[in-house]
Design a protein. Structure first.
Length: 201
């Protein structure tokens, strides 16, 4: 069985995320670049099995979205008292129904989406944000001179759309006027290159 198949199991997926330090790396980046405040309404697109809700302030209102029914079933069973989880895509109807939100997160999601899908999704996210609210994204990124281990992990990622910085940045700037972009090499235990973007409405 391939690693990509094994990672479909919620607990195995999260064990890998914790072992490699990727889960902790996302939390570090969120705290550094888009910190959550008490009372924030948070939309998490591509929430997977929902483990991140355990590490967020209890005062936030959390809603997670994913199209993997197995992940969402697990999230509702384990974390249903801490957040709400929905097995559906996040588009304009969802934005109207569940917004407005101060934060929208896409943790390791963009590299799973084609450019066309990203360009359909980001306008819905922008519409779901409060004025001054922001979209936080973090993904693996190819850069010159990165660790060979990071390069290997990125080339063998389940996501088929791992990009270089200019390609990621162009996607975000097509829909947000105010964009911050940061490349981080030391957020995780395993060598890895992250690109963090914050688009503010």
């Amino acid at each position: 069985m391939a690693l990509t198949d094994v990672l479909k199991h919620p607990v195995i997926y999260q064990t890998y995320q914790n072992w490699g330090g990727f889960h902790q790396g996302r939390l570090k980046a969120l705290a550094k670049y888009a910190p959550l405040e008490s009372g924030h309404r948070v939309v998490d697109i591509g929430c997977g099995p929902g483990f991140i809700v355990d590490d967020l302030p209890s005062s936030v209102s959390y809603m997670g979205f994913d199209t993997d029914a197995r992940y969402i079933a697990y999230a509702n069973a384990r974390f249903g008292k801490k957040g709400k989880f929905f097995c559906q895509e996040f588009e304009h109807t969802a934005a109207q129904q569940f917004g407005p939100a101060e934060r929208v997160m896409m943790n390791g999601v963009l590299h799973h989406l084609s450019d066309d899908v990203v360009h359909k999704t980001l306008p819905a996210i922008r519409d779901a944000l409060t004025p001054g609210g922001c979209l936080f994204t973090i993904d693996g990124c190819f850069v010159e001179g990165q660790s060979p281990i990071a390069g290997y992990l990125l080339r063998n990622d389940r996501g088929l759309h791992v990009r270089r910085r200019p390609a990621y940045e162009a996607l975000m700037r097509a829909h947000f006027d105010k964009v911050e972009v940061h490349v981080e090499h030391h957020l995780s235990r395993l060598p890895y290159t992250f690109i963090v973007m914050v688009g503010t409405r």
